[in-house]
Design a binder for this molecule. Structure first.
Ligand code: MG
Length: 276
């Protein structure tokens, strides 16, 4: 897909997610909107994986460490055909498998996540297993920046550097906000780039809401013999004006008026991209 088509896809995924959260009256709205472009780039342009090859031992792996942003993941997976879109009407309903964090009961989801600080460690293990077993797959994981306060992240980062896991790409959704406020005020983990360099990573800083930068960086070969860390600068709530950059939208559900305004904004974005 070309960049414009990927941008259109990301806007459509934002709208589907916004509608799903409003219907269910629950969800991590700002967190989903922040990383929509990253997931679309991964699933449409980067990951060597399809619904048909999901059990292939050589498939690329994606571990969503910031599991609370599961609503955007569900929509991207359904859109790619991992399960029917109609399944998602049951999201967060009693007895539905589509619960508020990722579980591997769902086709396309590798690992149960959501308890923060685990995704990088899981990914290090899978990447190391790939090296040991001479497999050619690549492992991608998406973390939050608030998540960097978890000590287990740094234990995993140390192991990734130690084992020179150049088959591992960790991405930080660097929106500088977490549930209770700015990350620098809640628990300052900056400077993240310098810290990951010190732990033995090749660090690349990009605009994580810019589709062409995402695709180019995620697709580029890594000749460094180091794990890669993509520090993706994003805007929490991206795509809906009144949610952008607001910590209280971390898991806020829109009111009816907010919902309608958000739908209008996203439909305008989609219309604009279709007419370009
Ligand atoms: Mg954040």
């Amino acid at each position: 897909m070309d960049t414009k088509s990927l941008e259109l896809k990301a806007a459509e995924m934002r709208l589907a997610t916004w509608k799903m959260i409003y219907q269910a009256k629950t969800g991590h709205t700002g967190s989903d909107l922040s990383c929509a472009d990253i997931l679309v780039a991964l699933y449409h342009q980067v990951l060597k994986q399809t619904p048909e090859t999901f059990s292939d031992p050589d498939r690329d792996r994606y571990i969503q460490s910031k599991g609370h942003a599961v609503e955007i993941l569900y929509n991207v997976l359904a859109d790619r055909g991992y399960f029917p879109k109609s399944d998602l009407v049951s999201y967060s309903q009693f007895n539905s498998p589509y619960i508020g964090h990722p579980t591997n009961h769902i086709n396309g989801i590798e690992m149960n996540t959501g308890s923060l600080g685990h995704g990088l460690g899981l990914s290090v293990g899978i990447a190391l297993a790939g090296k040991i077993n001479h497999r050619d797959y690549h492992v991608y994981t998406l973390m939050g920046d608030g998540e960097q306060a978890e000590g287990s992240v740094w234990e995993a980062a140390m192991a990734a550097g130690n084992y020179h896991l150049d088959n591992l790409t960790a991405i930080i959704d660097h929106n500088r906000l977490q549930i209770s406020g700015p990350t620098t005020q809640v628990m300052n983990s900056e400077p993240l780039a310098e810290k990951y360099v010190a732990f033995g990573f090749d660090v690349v800083e990009i605009n994580g809401n810019n589709m062409s930068e995402l695709v180019e960086t995620l697709s580029s070969p890594n000749p460094t013999k180091k794990p890669r860390l993509i520090l993706a600068d994003t805007i929490k709530g991206r795509g809906i004006s009144f949610a952008e950059g607001k910590a209280n939208w971390h898991h806020k559900v829109p009111t009816e008026d907010e919902f309608n305004q958000g739908v209008n904004e996203l439909e305008l974005t989609i219309g604009g991209l279709k007419n370009e």
